[in-house]
Design a protein around this ligand. Sequence first.
Ligand code: CTP
Ligand code: CA
Length: 228
Amino acid sequence: VIAFFQPKLLAGEHVLVTAGPTFEALDPIRGITNHSSGKMGFSIARAARDAGAEVTLVAGPVHLPTPRGVRRIDVLSANDMLAATVHEAERATVFVATAAVADWRPASHSDQKIKKDGSGQPPVLHFVENPDVLHTVAQSARAQSGRLFCVGFAAESENLLAHAKAKRERKGIPLLVGNIGPLTFGQDHNSLLLVDADGVRELPHAPKLVLARELVAEIAARLPGRNH
Ligand code: CTP
Ligand code: CA
């Protein structure tokens, strides 16, 4: 009902969103993951849909219902998320990376369950760095030519503003959104810090869906060739 009254700020746009954690398998029954709930990304997907966009949501393992009218692609690992996202980005006009992609994955995957060997010594795990989904998409010709507007998210435990500014430049993206407060995982409320080339703007503490709608309006206002 509320969606009916939302202005269609993203009509004609195709919004691609990554959300949730990734899961990096160690053996058939174990792996590395994190506590991302996916709520912020799912809220953004819903808000973008309500704003008239076609929306594709690439989701890591989360326990959330798919927002109505949103096309969802489920993935597990960072590599799978990269493949699905790069493919979908060919059609997208806006990319919002909210996923808490695992920075590292186990260097090798065992086809069988790793067993205790009786020595009392734990196994030594080796890791390799995962691909950066956002950076990869942001470097694509589509993004570099302005046909795909890329937005990143950053959760930092300290110095949010300084880290957010540096991260925006390192990722090569026009807009980076900082999560204020380190413990927003799984919560329904959040505050956001918007960092772009012009400076910083805060979206104060509110339910994630309210923030998602505000963020959608901020993105719409920044799309080239548009005047909202
Ligand atoms: N991101 C991504 N792929 C990765 C790591 C991060 O797409 N392998 C995206 C996230 O979805 C987010 C942004 O990059 O939009 C910032 O993620 P963050 O973890 O804060 O940055 P990192 O570059 O991983 O740096 P660090 O974790 O060391 O602060
Ligand atoms: Ca990271």
